[in-house]
Write a protein that binds this ligand. Structure first.
Ligand SMILES: Cc1cc2nc3c(=O)[nH]c(=O)nc-3n(C[C@H](O)[C@H](O)[C@H](O)COP(=O)(O)OP(=O)(O)OC[C@H]3O[C@@H](n4cnc5c(N)ncnc54)[C@H](O)[C@@H]3O)c2cc1C
Length: 385
């Protein structure tokens, strides 16, 4: 262990690693062809306490620190980046439901989420509102029993697999921006909900698509928190998910790097192992440096969260930098494997395609840099948002 964790956290790391290396790593590439999350694996992870490690114990979560959730994330993602979306989305979306749903709804949904019985998606992005998320237009109108939702969410992870989705909808005036947005928990089998499929280059096991809501009746008790508070609730969660995403991307890069160190000691060129050539080892040494630095930034962010200290700036740094570092490191590892690296027999090409999406999902690098600037100089940096 290379930074300060408790013996309990170390034990959780060991147990997660054993499960991940035995049950997840061997099927990482084969699962890409199935293009869905294996529900038996999901329930198995739930029974081992590997989903929602940080969610409240009273609701079926692990009640652990954010750092512990990071440890679980790292170990799962090292074995299978795509399965680690389960941990990511359970922690992000589960914490919104745990904090803002009625006690009975939170108990029902979060406990099933942590047992691996359901998947919970997040519906924020719309065709006309990505980076400018507060511009969303999906409409929520009051009805006799609650609300009626109409509109489209797009680019939604797990769109075709989730049982439930948190939908951000405009319940106030269009020009109220973030203040007019409310969050709703919508069952994906509600009448009026349909989905479409995106043909992505990576993360095929998770899948992405649009979710169309056509006159969908949502009972009043499925409004999460107060009307007009939805945007703030979700943005608060991003300070957590961005550090987890950093670790999720760095972990497969670490796997590629470790495999590449082994390869360069065995592969011979010009009569010598290629590890003899500094042109080969220098990018690997740089990769070691970048992976260590980015990983520590992610853990620092989680540690600040556990200490109740502000970490928006650090979370944005994790989000723009770690996925890029991961992509660049895996790219170098693939190239150092020569022609073998380009083959689908080795995992580097899949890791490269899989991590790429998280340079965009949860906010692009440009938007994260805007957040960092805003944390330093306030509204001056982003007067329009
Ligand atoms: C793998 C993946 C998973 C995703 N999962 C989900 C999900 O589960 N739920 C969900 O709601 N959404 C999800 N998304 C959507 C994601 O959050 C958006 O794609 C992202 O916020 C960017 O929005 P956009 O694609 O509309 O790009 P746009 O907002 O159209 O931006 C296009 C380009 O312009 C740049 N840009 C925009 N504004 C500025 C500015 N002011 N300054 C500088 N540059 C700017 C952006 O950085 C980007 O490069 C996912 C996306 C991906 C790729």
């Amino acid at each position: 262990m290379d930074f300060d964790v408790t013996p309990e956290q170390e034990a959780i790391r060991e147990a997660t690693r054993r499960f991940a290396q035995e049950r997840l790593a061997p099927g990482y590439q084969a699962r890409e062809g199935e293009a869905r999350i294996d529900r038996d694996l999901l329930r198995e992870m739930g029974s081992l306490g590997l989903i929602g490690a940080d969610l409240p114990e009273a609701l079926g979560g692990g009640g652990e620190a954010s750092v512990t959730a990071g440890i679980v994330m790292e170990e799962v993602a090292r074995a299978d980046f795509n399965i680690a979306y389960v941990q990511l989305l359970a922690s992000l979306n589960g914490s919104i439901v745990a904090a803002h749903a009625s006690p009975s709804l939170a108990q029902d949904v979060v406990s099933r989420l942590c047992r691996g019985e359901i998947l919970l998606a997040l519906g924020l992005t719309e065709p006309g509102a990505g980076s400018d998320a507060a511009n969303l237009q999906l409409r929520a109108r009051p009805s006799s029993g609650g609300f009626v939702l109409d509109g489209e969410k797009t680019s939604i992870s797990l769109a075709e697999q989730a049982e439930e989705i948190i939908v951000l909808a405009r319940s106030g005036e269009p020009d109220a921006r973030a203040a007019g947005v409310s969050a709703f928990l919508v069952a994906m089998d509600s009448p009026g909900v349909t989905t479409s499929h995106f043909d992505d280059v990576g993360a095929k096991v998770v899948g992405r698509g649009s979710v169309f809501l056509d006159g969908v009746e949502v009972p009043a008790e499925r409004l999460l928190g107060k009307q007009g508070q939805g945007f703030r609730q979700v943005m608060h969660g991003f300070d957590f998910s961005r550090a987890l995403i950093g670790l999720q991307c760095l972990a497969p890069a670490r796997a590629s790097l470790d495999e590449t160190w082994s390869f360069v000691q065995e592969r011979q060129a010009f009569g010598l192992p290629i590890a003899k050539y500094q042109g080969v080892t220098e990018p690997l040494a740089e990769a070691e440096t970048l992976l260590e630095a980015a990983r520590l930034l992610c853990y620092e962010t989680l540690w600040l969260r556990d200490a109740g200290r502000r970490h928006t700036r650090q979370a944005a740094m994790c989000k723009w930098w770690a996925p890029k570092v991961a992509f660049d490191v895996i790219h170098d590892c693939l190239l150092i494997h020569g022609h073998q690296g380009y083959s689908s027999e080795l995992p580097h090409q899949q890791r490269l395609r899989d991590v790429l999406g998280l340079q965009i999902g949860d906010g692009t690098a440009q938007i994260q840099k805007m957040i960092i600037a805003r944390e330093r100089v306030g509204k001056l940096a982003v007067p329009y948002a």
